[in-house]
Design a protein around this ligand. Structure first.
Ligand SMILES: [Zn+2]
Length: 128
């Protein structure tokens, strides 16, 4: 999506649209218990590595009453459609009843923007 750069004046409305999409995604996501009734908790630990600068640690906890939204934003302010989707990793793990997994992900937005981040993640799942 290079549109955000070419049409600077549309940036604000585009960001609003992104926010609306994000809220909609949260509503669409539904509860964790609905998707994975056998899961008691999920812990995602991440280390963000942003090109050239900072390292940020973040831990996300999910319980049966949490929204099943496993999408994490990129650190780059200019990143419009990027981010990291851990949903497929988690559904794979649940399918195999795997308790722990680790790996690395790059931002979904492969555009030539500065400051994209990548993450090193660890996922721990407890089953009921
Ligand atoms: Zn990005």
């Amino acid at each position: 999506m290079e549109g955000a750069f070419s049409f600077g004046r549309n940036m604000i409305s585009r960001n609003n649209q992104t926010r609306i999409d994000r809220n909609q995604r949260r509503l669409d996501a539904g509860l964790l218990s609905k998707h994975f009734p056998e899961v008691a908790s999920i812990v995602i630990s991440m280390v963000y590595n942003q090109t050239g600068s900072r390292t940020v640690r973040r831990t996300l906890n999910f319980y049966p009453g949490s929204c099943a939204l496993f999408r994490v934003d990129c650190l780059s302010d200019d990143c419009v459609n990027g981010g990291f989707d851990l949903a497929w990793i988690i559904s794979d793990m649940v399918r195999n009843r795997s308790a722990a997994s680790k790996g690395e992900l790059g931002c979904d937005d492969s555009g030539p923007r500065p400051g994209h981040s990548n993450i090193v993640y660890e996922v721990a799942i407890q089953y009921a």
